[in-house]
Design a protein around this ligand. Structure first.
Ligand code: PHE
Length: 338
């Protein structure tokens, strides 16, 4: 008996209607349209037929085949669309969610004060100079009128690397280096890191200073007072009280220490100024003739002043930081406040 293409078509469409997954559809496709499938075996029967019967049978097998193909393709593309839609839904982005905030870095308070000091002195015509942190005993001490047996060397507990090499204890070491290399007139500031064997709540073995010096003909103590007063007024405000006290440094004569009115209590006396109403802020003086001698400047012709200030101390006063160690702990919550 010859098979019926119409019946086969109906069966195929029934099966396809029940199929939902891609694999099922593909199986049905193979079953009917495959090389050894139902359609193929119907076509084999063509050989047993002749004439109009053969033509009609052939045509109706082809119609059934085309119809099944159409249905299969339709189903497969519907399944593909559905999968795509599901995937899109799954990967849906909520574009209204807040973005991830970019964490911007902040400048360290020490860097900020350094920059501020540099800006003020650049505005007064000072150049910036630098020297090495691993320094020769010669520049740190000897050229600054501190020979090997000088008692004032004890003032600064020095990290020695060898007998002649040390970690510089102050930026004053930049003075003889610059003077050796250049001739007056000089207006220089030298910011940098210095080291002392000191470690407690108010001292760290590493800290920062800015050195300043000016050498020319006729530089006087009045120039020193004028420049430092202007500088401190810019840094702490025009109304800040300032006083100069006599002091001693081997590399300056006369020497002074400069105080400002306590920024915490305005002079009434508090814990920070230890009741005195004043805060010591820098050391200064007229450059000692012995220093000029070391760098082969004629002390009869040239005079100059020099000063040095501690950056951490100024940052603490300006920002109201009460513990020196905070500067070096790198706690991001501390740094973010500036
Ligand atoms: N070098 C001195 C110190 O570290 C400060 C200073 C610099 C004093 C220049 C006088 C002149 O204490």
């Amino acid at each position: 008996m010859i098979g019926s293409p119409e019946k086969l078509l109906k069966e195929a469409l029934d099966e396809l209607q029940r199929a939902s997954a891609r694999d099922e559809v593909l199986q049905i496709k193979a079953k009917y349209l495959g090389r050894k499938g139902e359609i193929a075996s119907l076509l084999k029967e063509l050989g047993n037929l002749t004439g109009d019967g053969k033509r009609e049978f052939g045509e109706s097998v082809n119609r059934a085949k085309a119809r099944i193909e159409e249905e299969v393709e339709g189903l497969l593309s519907a399944i593909l669309d559905k999968e795509k839609a599901e995937k899109l839904e799954e990967e849906r982005l909520d574009v209204t969610l807040p973005g991830r905030r970019l964490q911007l870095g902040k400048r360290h308070p020490v860097t900020r004060i350094m920059d501020e000091v540099e800006d003020i002195f650049s505005g007064l015509g000072f150049d910036i100079a630098e020297g090495p942190e691993v320094e020769l005993d010669y520049y740190n001490f000897e050229a600054l009128n501190l020979p090997k047996d000088h008692p004032a060397r004890d003032m600064q507990d020095t990290f020695y690397i060898s007998e002649e090499v040390l970690l510089r204890t102050h930026t004053s070491a930049v003075q003889p280096r610059v003077m050796e290399a250049r001739k007056p007139p000089l207006r220089i500031i030298a910011p940098g890191t210095v080291y002392r064997r000191d470690s407690d709540i108010t001292h760290t073995p590493m800290f920062h200073q800015v050195e300043g010096f000016m050498v020319d003909r006729n530089v006087t103590f009045s120039n020193l007072k004028g420049i430092l007063t202007l500088f401190l007024h810019r840094l702490f405000g025009e109304k800040t009280g300032i006083r100069f006290r006599p002091s001693f440094f081997p590399f300056t004569e006369p020497s002074a220490e400069v105080d400002i009115r306590c920024v915490i209590c305005s002079g009434t006396g508090c814990r920070v100024c230890k009741g005195s109403g004043w805060l010591e802020i820098l050391g200064a003086g007229m450059i000692h003739p012995e220093v000029f001698k070391s760098v082969k400047y004629d002390a009869e012709e040239f005079t100059g002043f020099a000063f040095g200030l501690g950056i951490e101390r100024i940052a603490m006063l300006k920002f109201g930081i009460d513990d020196l160690r905070l500067f070096f702990e790198n706690d991001i919550r501390f740094l973010r406040q500036f």
